[in-house]
Design a protein around this ligand. Sequence first.
Ligand code: 5GP
Length: 187
Amino acid sequence: MTGRLTVLAGPSGVGKGSVIAEVRRLHPETWLSVSVTTREPREGETDGVEYHFVDQAEFDRMVADGELLEHDAHMSASYGTPRVPVEAQLAAGGSALLEIDIEGARQVRSSMPDSQLVFLAPPSFEELARRLTGRGTESADRVRERLDRARIEMAAEDEFDVVLVNDDVERAAHALVALMTTPTALE
Ligand code: 5GP
């Protein structure tokens, strides 16, 4: 028996990171994939916990050797999911959770069609726009660029199996973990 792979993706600014942090807190038994990235660690991040931090040469080698299940670039850094740990977890009959961007989710769908794709959506587009522009320190062009991208990313919702609304981080985290074991357990 093989386990189920669940992929959480969604537009930038929707709060994927907060939902995953809440999953770690409420359900520490959850098996979460640790991505590789070429970006610098942020304060409080530990190599091997949130990410494996690698340089571009090592990232490129992993891509060339087929070691990544999917990969994408984001804000001039590269991100990818190491293949072997995910496959080993599923082969052992366990469930696995990936938090990646929308393009990565598309790649997983084509290489592992049985995976469950969960789209984390904001309560409304206005709410997402508020979160994306809330800082008020950016130029009008930069704000417009972010909103245009958000609109494109929101349109990807239809490609996903399940839409999970991030109206409450704790509720979303519980619902996500429930979906990992019982795909119909959302409502
Ligand atoms: P951050 O740098 O803020 O941790 O993440 C930036 C973006 O990269 C987020 O949208 C996150 O979902 C995405 N991301 C993180 N890990 C991966 C990965 O392994 N693959 C892909 N495709 N995207 C990822």
